[in-house]
Design a protein around this ligand. Structure first.
Ligand code: DX5
Ligand code: ZN
Length: 217
């Protein structure tokens, strides 16, 4: 099944609750929450207080938390306690990837790993048995509203083929530049979880979501 994970990075924070209600009502299964620390990526976004407030009002949508922070192991417990259902860390940001994934799983939440566009996807293979999801970044992390980098979809396909040939069950998420025009190619490459920020929150949320689901039907 195709899963849509609207990224609230592109939402209007003054009416965030109302916008999340709309994405839920229109069938989005996940909510993508981008956490940026100003080190691993240049931007700073949101953290624990926002996530735990949202969780109180929305406990029936999956909180898909994408950590763009250095040494995320320091914070995984607090993100889990704040309400994360899936915690995705960057391969490039962990000095001990296995230990970080084990820490996430020990908290009872799902574990994901993400790779930037220039990181070979083969680098995640050793960790697949510990993973629920791999997030293949389709833009450089740090900002919304960028264009998808086409070669990243080759990585999605390589990963998809590897996962299938090893009879594993790991989701493949794509993030960055996903629109009604690119979502189809991402699905064809093998992705099944689609993050979209601008393409959901700019304009009318209902028709945007309908358009995205329609494009992968
Ligand atoms: C970028 C973030 C994305 C971003 C996607 O670092 O990880 O989740 O919000 O935004 P769009 O869909 O606008 O490219
Ligand atoms: Zn993201």
């Amino acid at each position: 099944m195709d899963i849509l994970s609207p990224s609230i990075l592109a939402a209007d924070y003054a009416i965030l609750g109302d916008q999340i209600r709309q994405v839920k009502e229109n069938g989005a299964q996940y909510l993508h929450i981008d956490v940026m620390d100003g080190h691993f990526v240049p931007s700073i976004s949101i953290g624990f207080p926002v996530i735990s407030s949202l969780k109180k009002s929305f406990d029936d949508i999956v909180f898909d938390v994408h950590l763009m922070i250095d040494e995320p192991i320091r914070y995984v417990e607090r993100f889990a306690k704040s309400g994360a259902d899936i915690i995705t860390v960057h391969l490039e940001a962990c000095s001990d990837v296995k230990q970080t994934l084990a820490a996430i799983r020990a908290l009872g939440v799902k574990a994901g790993i993400s790779v930037k566009p220039d990181t070979p996807v083969e680098e995640v293979y050793p960790y697949l048995p510990m993973l629920d999801m791999v997030l293949v970044m389709t833009v450089e992390p740090g900002f919304g509203g960028q264009k998808l980098i086409p070669h990243t979809l080759d990585k999605v396909h390589t990963l998809y083929s590897y996962i299938r040939s090893h009879s594993m069950s790991v989701d493949i998420e794509v993030d960055g530049g996903i629109t009604v025009n690119t979502i189809k190619d991402a699905k064809k490459a093998g992705a099944n979880v689609f993050v979209a920020g601008t393409a959901v929150f700019r304009g009318d949320i209902k028709s945007n979501i309908e358009g995205l689901f329609e494009a992968v039907k």
